[in-house]
Each structure stands twice: as structure tokens, then as C-alpha cells.
Design a binder for this molecule. Structure first.
Ligand SMILES: Cc1ncc(C[n+]2csc(CCOP(=O)(O)OP(=O)(O)O)c2C)c(N)n1
Ligand code: SF4
Length: 243
């Protein structure tokens, strides 16, 4: 029988521990598939941040290293400058990347460091129980905005990809989504483009991926997809912003 699909060899041969309906697993699979297609299985290295995102390092068969909360871009800078031949993937949640790590994120982008940041935007702090993040939507109920996020008190949602695209140095900035098959294909294309830029020494690339956290949104996976379609993508439009 003709084999039409097989599990990517860079993916660990066991199930992930992400919750049902979580889209972190899809993102990890895409990174592995792109690495195989680009033939960088031996040179890809990942940064494991703090958050549910940290788990990605456990599910891939290539080297990853852990960093303190928010310090991913700073640590990645040191690593990549010393190991320029590695393709470095800085995988971060929106809390890690756009709150505690905002300073590091912006300065690494502004310096044009030659690595790729993949930010999973699920609009909450997933691992710690669903507190509001800078990305939380107006009116969104979280454990720290139980009546719904009041933007006068807590600020507007931070559209980080647009902010980074406004800097002169980044080569490629895009926002894609993981909640539809079409979105997943586009996300894969975006990851591939980002890695190609890095391999060519082209500089900084930022790929924001919209994702769901059904557990903390207190929704079924199906309703989370519907919510992404009807609400999340309105605040966070999908598409290339630069490059
Ligand atoms: C210095 C520091 N502050 C706070 C924490 C607690 N903490 C652990 S994970 C996390 C939030 C992670 O959320 P996010 O980056 O959005 O990732 P997700 O879990 O949604 O993937 C926080 C605040 C910590 N570990 N270290
Ligand atoms: S808590 Fe949310 S982000 Fe974390 S694994 Fe579960 S669904 Fe995913």
C-alpha cells in the first residue's frame, strides 16, 4: 500500500500533554515539518520559555534550552551570536513575549537579531490559570478580569506584530492563525519563509500565531474555534505585516 503520510521524525513518538483543543501542538508539528522540508534537522535549535509553551521542547527530537520567564529574546541573542550556524526558533506565549519579555522582544527585533520568534497568542496566561495578558480582548473574562476586561483600567489589547512591523529592522513580520485548515497551511508557509530568511542570514523574523486555550477560556474546543473566527480574528487580523 502506498504510504501517503507519516509522523514527522522530529516529533517525539508519544502524545503531547497539551489540553484538548489547544493549538500549541499544531504549531510544534508545523515547525518540525518545515525543518524537515528545509533539511535543517541537524541545525535547528529551540528556545523553551516559561508557560505551557515550555512543553514544546519535550515533544521534539532536536536540542532545546530553557530560559527564565520573559528572557527568551535576550538569551537567544547570546546563543545565536555564538552559534550563527544554528537555525534558532524562539517559541513563546503571548504573556512571555509581550508582557514580562516585551523589552527583550522589542530590542531584539530592533537590533535585527538573526533568529525567528514564534509567538503563540491565546490571549491569556495559560499555564498559571488564565490570568489576563496584554493581548486579552476588551470585555474578555479571565481570572483577573472576572467582570470582563475593562480597557480603561487594563489597556487596549497589544497588537505586538503591528508594533514590531513598525520598526525599521525586522525582515519579516506576520500574523497567522491555527484555527482553520487554511490558516494552518498559511501558518506553515509563514514559518518556512521566516526560517529561510534566517538561513540566508537575513535577520529578524516574527511569526504570531493565533491559538486557543479552551481550558482557561472555559469553552469546548469547538466553541473556541467559533470564538476565534467571530471575535479573536477581528482584533487580530491575519496576514503579512512586513516582508
Ligand atoms: C519571573 C516569573 N514571573 C512569573 C512566573 C509565573 N508564570 C509562569 S508561566 C506564566 C504565564 C505564561 O503565559 P504565556 O506566556 O501566555 O504562555 P502560555 O502558558 O499561555 O503558553 C507566568 C506568569 C514565572 N514563572 N517567573
Ligand atoms: S492551559 Fe491552555 S495553553 Fe495550556 S495546554 Fe491547556 S489549552 Fe493549551
Amino acid at each position: 500500500m502506498e504510504k501517503v503520510y507519516e509522523r514527522n521524525k522530529l516529533l517525539a513518538n508519544f502524545n503531547t500533554s497539551f489540553c484538548p483543543g489547544c493549538m500549541h501542538g499544531t504549531a510544534v508539528k508545523l515547525i518540525c515539518e518545515v525543518a524537515t522540508e528545509l533539511g535543517i534537522e541537524d541545525s535547528i535549535v529551540g528556545v523553551m520559555p516559561i508557560g505551557c509553551s515550555v512543553q514544546w521542547g519535550m515533544f521534539v527530537n532536536f536540542d532545546t534550552f530553557g530560559v527564565p520567564h520573559g528572557r527568551a529574546a535576550a538569551t537567544a541573542t547570546g546563543y545565536k551570536r555564538n552559534r550563527p550556524d544554528n537555525v534558532l526558533v524562539v517559541y513563546q506565549g503571548d504573556g512571555d513575549c509581550s508582557s514580562i519579555g516585551l523589552c527583550e522582544t522589542v530590542h531584539a527585533a530592533n537590533r535585527g537579531e538573526n533568529f525567528t520568534v514564534i509567538m503563540i497568542n491565546n490571549q491569556v496566561y495559560g499555564m498559571t490559570g488564565g490570568q489576563a495578558a496584554p493581548t486579552t480582548l476588551p470585555g474578555q473574562k479571565t481570572t483577573t478580569s472576572q467582570a470582563g476586561k475593562n480597557i480603561e483600567e487594563m489597556g487596549n489589547p497589544l497588537n505586538l506584530a503591528e508594533m514590531i512591523a513598525g520598526l525599521p529592522t525586522p525582515k519579516y513580520v506576520t500574523r497567522q492563525t491555527l484555527h482553520t485548515p487554511k490558516g494552518v497551511l498559511a501558518a506553515k508557509k509563514a514559518i518556512k519563509k521566516a526560517f529561510e530568511i534566517q538561513i540566508d542570514g537575513g535577520g529578524y523574523s516574527f511569526v504570531e500565531l493565533l491559538s486557543a486555550c479552551p481550558t482557561n477560556w472555559k469553552m469546548t474546543p469547538g466553541n473556541a474555534v467559533k470564538y476565534m473566527n467571530e471575535v479573536v480574528t477581528k482584533q487580530y487580523p491575519v496576514g503579512d505585516l512586513k516582508g
